[in-house]
Design a protein around this ligand. Structure first.
Ligand SMILES: CC(C)(COP(=O)(O)OP(=O)(O)OC[C@H]1O[C@@H](n2cnc3c(N)ncnc32)[C@H](O)[C@@H]1OP(=O)(O)O)[C@@H](O)C(=O)NCCC(=O)NCCS
Length: 341
């Protein structure tokens, strides 16, 4: 019988033993003895397992442990993300190689999501290397949204970022750049413009001016966002600098309030970070309450003193579209908190 419970200090030498087992490639192995030999030396690498009390628990996170007949067979952690009060990050998930594919990982994740809700998080993110096929299959099976892939210069693998909304009815989506005429056609099918807007955005991406990201749900485009390589507002460039900027965040009506916009924003931040930016910005029109709620929840910082004027399409009561000039509020997100840790 395998049970999941909160971490206790006596678990630590066994969590260190678990951390020393291989995790790259396919590492399920029924021959590894379930009772692990306690290790007295902490693993090298991230501090979460060196000093979990200091770096995870006292920081406002959580650590859960799976045990079978008194033996530690799994672990998973939850950490707050600095500067983003409603966003949690899952870390150090690992299941003993001899007890995999028995639902232990799933139970750990359920416990971590419950803990996240108790701590008041509304969104979770995690990263995993693409050299860990078990973990990729696992997070996809658990309906996490794949938001962005990032290649580090010193790594021989890519980091894959996943997101999950803890709000009801989360929609798992995959976010990736628009990359072909077929993608453009799928975008026009999912979010019709009748004006060739998707093609124009794709062409701007081809020209290196912007990145056009599409959110996919089972082969259908359900949302998009444009990341301009440099802020389009002279006032912002003068005040904050030439950082990338999010535009045209849009999700189809039927997929709203299901975490898609959060996944798109997470992916846009990932692209900006890959481009070497320390900051990503966005302008919000005064009455966009949904976008305001999301950026506040994710911890974007309001920049007083910046009031860029943007052109927005508005429909009048007869359904006719007009271009309106609107004074916006400005928000930025510091990308340092997303670094691997
Ligand atoms: C990823 C990991 C935690 C999964 O733990 P687990 O206890 O085996 O997972 P579960 O049994 O709860 O699996 C739940 C579902 O995920 C999917 N899944 C898990 N492992 C899989 C694999 N190797 N191949 C394909 N699908 C897999 C399956 O859909 C599975 O359901 P099913 O067994 O009914 O088909 C475990 O493989 C592990 O510790 N890997 C090494 C460390 C690691 O990669 N950690 C994550 C780094 S971020």
């Amino acid at each position: 019988m395998i049970a999941v419970r909160p971490y206790e200090p006596d678990d630590l030498p066994f969590l260190w033993a678990l951390a020393h087992l291989p995790d790259a490639g396919v590492t399920e192995d029924p021959t590894v003895p379930v009772p692990l030999r306690a290790r007295r030396a902490a693993p090298s690498g991230p501090a979460d397992l060196v000093d979990p009390e200091g770096t995870v628990l006292r920081a406002g996170g959580d650590l859960v442990v799976a045990v079978q007949d008194g033996h530690v067979v799994g672990v998973g952690g939850l950490r707050p993300v600095r500067g983003r009060p409603r966003l949690g990050r899952l870390v150090r998930l690992r299941v003993h190689p001899a007890v995999r594919r028995r639902g232990v990982g799933r139970s750990l994740m359920t416990a971590l999501e419950e803990a996240a809700r108790r701590h008041g998080f509304t969104d979770l993110l995690l990263d995993v290397g693409d050299h860990q096929p078990e973990a990729l299959a696992f997070y996809r099976a658990l309906d996490w949204s794949e938001t962005w892939r990032e290649a580090g210069q010193e790594w021989h693998w890519q980091t894959v970022w996943f997101h999950r909304s803890l709000e009801r009815d989360h929609l798992p989506v995959e976010v990736r750049p628009c990359s072909s005429a077929a993608d453009v056609a799928a975008a026009e099918h999912g979010l019709p413009t009748g004006r060739g807007d998707h093609r124009a955005r794709f062409e701007r991406q081809q020209a290196g001016e912007a990145t056009y990201l599409l959110a996919w749900d089972r082969g259908q485009v359900v949302g998009h966002v444009v990341l301009e390589s440099v802020s389009v507002f002279p006032e912002v460039r003068a005040g904050v600098g030439a950082h990338p900027e999010v535009h045209l965040l849009n999700v189809v009506e039927r997929a709203r309030r299901r975490g898609v916009a959060t996944a798109l924003l997470g992916a846009a931040a990932g692209v900006a970070q890959e481009q070497g930016a320390a900051l990503v910005g966005l302008a919000l029109v005064p009455d966009d309450d949904a976008a305001l709620a999301i950026v506040q929840r994710l911890g974007w910082a309001f920049r007083p003193g910046l009031a860029p004027v943007d052109e927005v399409r508005r429909r009048d009561p007869r359904g006719v579209e007009h271009l309106a000039r609107e004074t916006c509020t400005y928000w930025t997100m510091d990308l340092a908190g997303r670094r691997r840790g």
